[in-house]
Design a protein around this ligand. Sequence first.
Ligand SMILES: Nc1ncnc2c1ncn2[C@@H]1O[C@H](COP(=O)(O)OP(=O)(O)OP(=O)(O)O)[C@@H](O)[C@H]1O
Ligand SMILES: [Mg+2]
Length: 260
Amino acid sequence: MNRLCEIRDLSVTYRGQAVPALDRIELDIVTGERLAIIGESGSGKSTLARGIAGLLPPGIRLSGEMRWSSGQAPAPGRDLGFVFQDPSASLNPVLTIGEQVAEGARRHLGLSWKEAHAHALRMLERVHIPQPGKVMNAFPHQLSGGQRQRVAIAAALAAKPGILIADEATSALDMVVQAQIVSLLDELVREAGMTLIFITHDIALASGFADRVAIFKDGRLVETGPTGAVLASPREAYTKTLIASHRDLTTPPLIREAGL
Ligand SMILES: Nc1ncnc2c1ncn2[C@@H]1O[C@H](COP(=O)(O)OP(=O)(O)OP(=O)(O)O)[C@@H](O)[C@H]1O
Ligand SMILES: [Mg+2]
C-alpha cells in the first residue's frame, strides 16, 4: 500500500463558527485508489476536499497536518484536478469550452495553443461528449447540465493530474447521466492510474465503484475501510443506519461483489 497522503489530527473551524467543520480527522489516502467520502449535508465533506486541495478560504482555524509522500502539497490545476458540485463554478461563462479545456494543458503541460487545442479536443472525446468539435466552440450556457459536468471533468483532467477530487460532481444530474459520469471516472482511474477522491452523500452510488469508503458525520470520521467490508459488516451505528436506509445495498449482488 503506497500512501499518497497522511491526514493527521486535522481540525478546521471557519471564521465566526463555534463548532469545527472537521474534528480531529485521521485518514490515509492511497495512491491509485478510488476513495469515496460519504456523509450527509454539513458533515464536512467539502471542507475536507478543499483542505486536501489547499483551497480553504483565508481566516480559518486549522490544526493538525497533511503529510504528502512527495514532501509537498500537490499544485491545484497541475497535480490535482478539482470538479465542483456546480459545473458553472468551474466554467467561465465568457470563454468557449475549447479555450477553457485548452488553458490547463497549455499552462501546465507547456503546450502551444495549437497543441493545447488538439489536446482539448481529445479530452472532450475522452469524456464522451457528443460532437466534440462543435462543443469546442460553444459557450457553457449552450450545453446541458450533464455536458457541462463532462466539460468540467475534461478541464480538470486536461493537465493530467495524478489526483482528481470530484466534490458531488454528479449530484445535480439525473440518474442515467450520473451513472455515465461515474463509469467515466472509473475508466479514467483505471487507465491513468489516477487517485480519485469521490465525494457524495449517496452511499449507494459510492458503493458501486469505490475501493474504500470514509463515512463522515458532524465533522468527524465515523468509519473507514474497504467498501465491501464496511457495507457487509459496518462497525458503527451511524453506518448501519446509513446502509439500512438503502435497502438495495443489502441485496445479494452487492454482497457477492463484496466477496462475502
Ligand atoms: N465558508 C464557510 N464559512 C462558515 N462555515 C462554513 C463555510 N463552509 C462550510 N461551513 C460550515 O462547515 C460545516 C461543514 O460544511 P461542508 O461544506 O464541509 O459540508 P458538506 O458535507 O460538504 O455539506 P454538503 O453535502 O451540503 O455539501 C457546515 O456546518 C457548514 O455550515
Ligand atoms: Mg459539500
